[in-house]
Design a protein around this ligand. Structure first.
Ligand SMILES: Nc1ncnc2c1ncn2[C@@H]1O[C@H](COP(=O)(O)OP(=O)(O)OP(=O)(O)O)[C@@H](O)[C@H]1O
Ligand SMILES: [Mg+2]
Length: 373
């Protein structure tokens, strides 16, 4: 594992809040896709240490994540990542109160590596173990840390219930979050996730992997009116998404193009594609806010989470929608949107607090919908 691929994050947060001696310390481990990550988080919402080892350089030449390579890379990295996380926090295993790890959904080879490491640590040190649903990690992390619409860091504002747009590499769902382990599905994608659409369109344009951040950047210099991308399902009531039509439209535009791909062409293409995705998200969320189940729950906060939550235009559009509906808008800081150990440690703490610990051996799950928690 080379040093340049290790990112040490969030070491400053301990200074800004009070770390009480009686707070609970959780070691969280994430390995469901192409990041091997671990973090130590306490129940006072401090991130004591956070290490993310990104495998992106390993997968880049294939234009996407190769599961076998990912699993092998997790095996090589996991021990060192955990060790460095403890060292960076100045802690040893005796100081840790609870161990948590992703137990699904995700690429099962990688999930197994992190889960077995956590199980081994918990059993040998006699600590409680929490099996975290990766999506619950994304869903709850705004309660650990979030930027609130007014620009302040106001974790206290993300109280249950909240309406969540969960947009990541593998999922695209609107959820009513009633509490820990209590998710009501309002809408979801019928085909691709938003992240997948970003990645595929970037690949078609030869922009590299992962595509989301590159498309987001290119779109800033483009004209969103040049390419007429469809807005699938937006003329219909309901809360579901469909992104495959947008992807096909991208392929068709490119097939018809006979000119070289200039910077202007690519920027306009990205801006037009991104505008279509943003319109779909705000259209479906707008409908969801008028749904009887949502209105009855009276969520005060509209939240975005998952890797796609990094998108500048999606954040801006959702903030506007929230304010129009008299709601607060909240999003995790950028480094807690894509996969990370801190979100798993936090979800571990939230589950530990309600007694949701592993009581007998469990099998990690490649598929594990939030509604089955
Ligand atoms: N600025 C951005 N704009 C749009 N998409 C982005 C941006 N930054 C990252 N993404 C996308 O986020 C996705 C990765 O998110 P995440 O790490 O949450 O996914 P995952 O863990 O692979 O999927 P899942 O959480 O569903 O299992 C990629 O598809 C990436 O392109
Ligand atoms: Mg993820």
């Amino acid at each position: 594992m080379s040093d340049e691929k290790i990112i040490v994050m969030n070491m400053g947060t301990i200074d800004s809040r009070v770390h009480s001696e009686r707070s609970t310390l959780c070691l969280g481990i994430e390995s469901s896709c192409d990041e091997t990550s671990a973090a130590i988080v306490d129940s006072d919402r401090n991130i004591l240490s956070h290490i993310i080892y990104s495998q992106i350089p390993e997968h880049q030449k294939y234009g996407g994540v190769v599961p076998e390579l990912a699993a092998r890379a997790h095996i090589l990295a996991i021990d060192q990542v955990i060790e460095q996380t403890l060292q960076a926090a100045g802690k040893n295993m005796d100081d840790i109160d609870v161990v948590a790890a992703t137990a699904g959904p995700g690429l099962i080879g990688g999930v197994l590596v992190g889960w077995m490491a956590a199980t081994g640590i918990a059993q040998s040190t006699n600590k409680p173990l929490v099996a975290v649903n990766h999506l619950e990690g994304h869903a709850l992390v705004p309660r650990l840390s979030a930027t609130i619409a007014d620009g302040s860091n106001g974790t206290a504002s993300v109280d249950f219930p909240y309406l969540l747009m969960l947009a990541s590499g593998g999922h695209c769902q609107i959820l009513l979050v009633h509490g820990v382990g209590r998710y009501e599905m309002i809408g979801q994608t019928l085909d691709d996730s938003a992240g997948e659409a970003f990645d595929k369109v970037a690949k078609m344009l030869g922009l590299g992997y992962p595509g989301g951040p590159i498309v987001d950047k290119r779109a800033k210099d483009g004209d969103r009116t040049v390419f007429k991308f469809p807005r699938p399902l937006c003329d219909k009531p309901g809360y579901d998404f469909s992104f495959s039509g947008i992807k096909t439209a991208a392929r068709t535009f490119l097939d018809k193009n006979t000119e070289p791909l200039t910077d202007k062409y690519i920027n306009d293409f990205c801006a037009s594609f991104q505008a279509a995705v943003v319109d779909c998200i705000t259209n479906r969320l707008g409908n969801a806010l008028n749904d009887e189940r949502v209105k009855a729950a009276m969520p005060k906060t509209l939240v975005v989470a998952g890797g796609v939550a990094k998108n500048s235009e999606i954040r801006a559009a959702m903030e506007k929608l929230a304010h129009k509906n008299g709601m607060i808008f909240a999003a995790p800081p950028m480094n807690l949107c894509t996969d990370n150990g801190a979100m798993i440690a936090w979800a571990g703490l939230e589950n530990f607090r309600i007694g949701n610990v592993v009581k007998e051996p469990i099998a990690p799950r490649p598929r594990w919908p939030l509604t089955e928690l």
